[in-house]
Design a protein. Structure first.
Length: 284
């Protein structure tokens, strides 16, 4: 365990520095936009405002059309394809940039929320709990990226996949990977996609609270776009469950643990279950 931590000291230090830079940026931005937690309503005058999480969450939205949903699915498909190809060609760079971006946004949001809590702008224990939830997400992101770089179980040539595709292209992969290896790679890429999906959701959730909190501090109503974002990412507890599920799944997928269970343990467990159901425990 100590050897693993020692080998990742540089990554840990860089992650901490990026988070601290983001926190300082968030504090400065929060103070410059919200001041000391006073809002100026459109009717004139000033009064102190204390924003609870329920105030931010309860936002009305309009209905989406099926054409918008189809267009969104198309863009999601293209995005996932680009992510998969980019991951093979720039595996190390994609992981590092993705992690540092998430940590910077989390640091900026955490600094903003901490400053707002200190100044009394945000009200209630829910903000503190959600801040801790997002901190756990940031720590989980560091772990997932570490496992993606060095999986627990992986094909022998996986550590060279970036060099292989950069030198000889994607079509050269069958020369270095078996069918079983490609199945492992499919689960691994699914874990990477879940990691980026969780990061995207977390970043939009943090951005949603930061933007709506700033608008409320200035006495401004939300826009339709802001309302849509709030509807999708402004429900903190449901968002926390999504992030928990995505990050746990990503952890097992990128590390190869899920593949080992799915490929070698699950068939025996399923056969045992069927035998018990059909013939009882004595036969199983």
């Amino acid at each position: 365990m100590l050897e693993i931590l020692a080998s990742k000291q540089v990554d840990i230090y860089i992650s901490l520095v990026i988070s601290l830079i983001g926190a300082v940026f968030g504090i400065v931005l929060d103070r410059s936009t919200k001041g000391k937690g006073r809002a100026a309503p459109e009717g004139g005058g000033t009064h102190a405002v204390s924003v609870s999480m329920q105030q931010v969450v309860r936002v009305s939205v309009g209905s989406k059309s099926s054409a918008d949903d189809q267009l969104m699915l198309f863009f999601v498909g293209v995005f996932l394809l680009i992510v998969g190809v980019a991951y093979l060609f720039f595996r190390q760079e994609v992981l590092v940039v993705g992690l540092l971006l998430v940590l910077f946004i989390f640091g900026a949001w955490a600094g903003s929320v901490a400053n707002s809590l200190y100044s009394g702008f945000y009200d209630g224990w829910r903000w503190v709990v959600y801040l801790l939830v997002m901190l756990l997400f940031a720590l989980a992101a560091v772990r997932v990226v570490g496992l993606a770089k060095t999986p627990m179980f992986a094909p022998s040539n996986f550590i060279y996949v970036q060099d292989i595709v950069n030198q000889w292209g994607i079509l050269s992969l069958p020369r270095y990977f078996t069918v079983l290896d490609f199945r492992w790679l499919g689960f691994h890429l699914l874990g990477i996609i879940l990691f980026f999906a969780a990061s995207w959701r977390a970043c939009l959730s943090m951005l949603n609270y930061a933007v709506l909190g700033t608008r409320l501090s200035k006495g401004a109503a939300h826009t339709e776009l802001g309302g849509q974002i709030a509807s999708a990412y402004g429900r903190p507890w449901r968002n926390s469950l999504f992030l928990l599920g995505f990050m746990v799944a990503a952890n097992y997928l990128v590390s190869g643990q899920f593949f080992m269970w799915f490929e070698y343990e699950m068939p025996n467990q399923l056969e045992y279950f069927i035998q018990v159901v059909l013939h009882g425990r004595q036969a199983g």
